[in-house]
Design a protein. Structure first.
Length: 679
């Protein structure tokens, strides 16, 4: 209950119906721990995929919620469980001052294959308390990829769409040690799928193509072989699909010599025989609820395949009225029944030219009803349309049910502490409002008042704010506003994130571009501040099979948090001034699953994979050097990683080194054959 002078108001905060519903806004995410000392742990592996008997390397980064509390000496426990859920490894340890620890564990050669889970637990009073973080790795038999394959459908980057005549399917295969993969068998298939054209630079436009592809199609292509450049081309014969618009995808597989092992690549592109596509810009106004005799306009544009504006002459713009009429229809059982059918009546038409920069076309609003502007070419083919409804007398109920929409835009999506956020607000009426910065609580607020329906407001981010947050706006209709049949309260929320630059280390990892098998690979890592780091190198062929992704510890510790503030209000109960109600007109209108556990009793002896793990090393501005002797039997590419951690920041960097000998022989035989095999 609140008092101001002789005025009094109250808010039943425990009444759920008084809470604002933010479900239609992007407010999802993880829960925020209110305890600043709450611990969380990020665990990563060096490659994610191992054979039985190969050593697994893990890194663990520990942090508190506020990144300020001391970490050294916190008792923790690492547990690894096998695919059966049984404990395979356990190690108690204490956190280092930087919060960075590393582990190595080698499963037996007869270990069950499948997914292993690694979990870090907090230990209290000598007993396991709660889990702080986890990751998974796979243990299975596999062969590393020896090829890198890419597929393309055009020699140049595609900005918009391709004409069928310009589509060129090309596959490029390279050995991971840097040379073209010559004379390799290539299989390919293409898929044609119906699609609605949309383009990133014109997200506010709705495009339509009358030549759209109605049914999908999937076809296998004749096999091919790579040439001396490692390339193979395919004739797609798209002429049979002329005058159609579709999404074209190609899946190509390049095989090892005389074998079944292969590496796949996918490419897709929008294909259309149209010389241009017409787009209509989505307006901020509610096109289903336009006031009679009000001024409304629409933006139309024609784009060529390079997404540049194009002038188009010889078009016809039609204004049609859309009505539902009752039609007596014969049913399947022989009886007759009235059914509603949409009927379009041409009201007006005139020639129309679209300028290269786009054209503004007014919407006729002189009479109530449902209408559409239809643009046609010289052949009478519909190119696009814009439907809208004009409200008139006799539809008060619909106006009362109408929701007041608040349109919000931010000047950026990423900010630094202390920045001022510019909030563009388009409201359905004039009035006053409240802007807040929220997440698990309200961090800042700003009251404002505006005499226009469109305004730009500002709110400052606190200097110690990190992670992500939400700009929420609650806007109340002015007592002098004529929009008396809309809700007096409109609101909205937009997410924003903070820059991670203050928490990011910029690392420098130096390595030679090329070494020979058996040589020593010298690596040097530099960090801007004294830190602890781990440097590791892995065969690119293993990473391709594992679909391994570089560690992203900052992305983990600063995951998007959900909006946890509940806002209750009674502003939507405000009644309009009676004088404004009398003046108002009554509106109207209508309208990779888990792997199997297999043990091979006839296991072949394999050479160790080309993998290096430095363990924790001290690093700083002066740099730290480590070395790794490359196996003399390895040819390929080593993917290099470095993860550096100090108390306040984390850095991750990547690099690569090709390993290539003067003479390379790559045998390709079935894995069941051995030197002693007889037939």
């Amino acid at each position: 209950m609140a008092h101001y002078g002789d005025d009094m108001s109250f808010l039943p905060y425990n009444n759920y119906s008084r809470r604002l519903n933010f479900s239609r806004f992007d407010t999802g995410g993880v829960d925020t721990d209110v305890d600043p000392n709450a611990l969380s742990s990020y665990i990563f592996s060096d490659r994610g995929l191992y054979r039985p008997g190969e050593e697994i390397h893990l890194g663990n980064i520990l942090r508190t919620q506020d990144w300020k509390s001391a970490l050294e000496g916190i008792p923790l426990e690492l547990e690894i469980t096998d695919p059966r859920g049984m404990q395979a490894y356990r190690q108690a340890f204490n956190a280092k001052a930087t919060g960075f620890n590393e582990f190595s564990w080698k499963p037996s050669v007869s270990a069950p294959t499948g997914t292993y889970s690694a979990m870090v637990y907090l230990v209290k009073s000598g007993h396991r308390d709660r889990m702080l973080g986890s990751t998974t790795v796979k243990v299975q038999e596999f062969e590393p990829d020896r090829l890198k394959v890419s597929a393309s459908l055009s020699d140049q980057p595609v900005i918009g769409w391709l004409n069928p005549e310009k589509v060129s399917a090309k596959v490029q295969a390279m050995n991971l040690f840097g040379t073209p993969a010559v004379n390799r068998r290539v299989t390919a298939s293409m898929t044609l799928s119906p699609t609605v054209p949309s383009f990133a630079g014109y997200a506010d436009y709705k495009f339509y193509d009358p030549n759209k592809f109605n049914e999908g199609s999937e076809q296998a292509l004749p096999d091919g072989k790579t040439d001396d450049k490692g390339q193979a081309t395919f004739d797609l014969n798209l002429a049979r699909f002329a005058k159609a618009t579709y999404r074209l995808s190609i899946l190509a597989r390049v095989f090892e010599p005389e074998g079944g092992r292969n590496v796949a690549a996918v490419s897709d592109v929008l294909v259309s025989s149209s010389a241009y596509l017409i787009g209509v810009k989505k307006t901020d106004a509610d096109l289903n609820f336009i006031t009679k005799a009000s001024k409304q306009s629409s933006q139309w544009i024609a784009l060529n395949p390079e997404l540049k504006g194009q002038q188009v002459d010889g078009l016809t713009l039609e204004w049609v009225q859309r009505k539902y009429v009752s039609v007596l229809m014969k049913q399947s059982n022989g009886t007759y029944k009235y059914q509603s059918r949409l009927k379009e009546t041409l009201r007006d038409s005139h020639p129309q030219t679209l300028a290269a920069k786009g054209s503004e076309i007014s919407l006729p609003t002189d009479e109530p009803g449902d209408f559409a502007l239809v643009l046609r070419n010289a052949e009478g083919q519909e190119l696009n349309r814009l439907s809208y409804s004009v409200i008139g007398q006799g539809n008060l109920s619909r106006s009362l049910e109408r929701s007041a929409e608040l349109q919000l835009k931010l000047n950026k999506t990423e900010y630094s502490p202390g920045d001022s956020i510019e909030v563009s607000i388009q409201a359905p009426y004039t009035g006053a409002g409240l802007i807040t910065l929220e997440r698990d609580k309200v961090f800042a607020h700003q009251w404002f008042k505006t005499d226009t329906t469109s305004s730009v407001q500002h709110i400052t981010i606190p200097a110690d704010f990190e992670g992500n947050g939400y700009v929420t706006v609650q806007f109340v209709r002015s007592l002098n506003s004529d929009e008396v049949f809309t809700s007096p309260l409109s609101y909205g929320a937009l997410p924003f994130k903070m820059s991670l630059a203050p928490r990011t280390q910029v690392l420098t990892l130096k390595a030679p571009e090329l070494v020979k098998p058996g040589e020593t690979l010298e690596l040097e890592l530099q960090a801007p501040v004294a830190s602890q780091a781990v440097i590791y190198a892995v065969d690119e062929g293993i990473l391709q099979v594992a679909r391994y992704k570089a560690p992203e510890p900052l992305g983990f510790f600063f995951q998007k948090s959900r909006l946890e503030v509940d806002s209750s209000q009674i502003l939507d109960l405000i009644l309009p001034e009676f004088s404004q109600l009398l003046k108002a007109s009554a509106p109207g209108g209508d309208g990779d699953g888990a792997l199997g556990r297999n043990l091979n009793p006839f296991k072949n002896k394999r050479k160790a994979p080309a993998v290096y793990w430095s363990g924790l090393v001290d690093v700083g501005p002066s740099g730290t050097k480590v070395s790794y002797k490359v196996p003399d039997y390895f040819n390929g590419k080593l993917h290099l990683f470095a993860v550096s951690v100090d108390h306040d920041s984390i850095g991750v960097t990547q690099g690569g080194t090709e390993v290539r000998g003067d003479l390379i022989i790559t045998p390709n035989v079935p894995v069941m054959l051995t030197l002693s095999a007889t037939g």
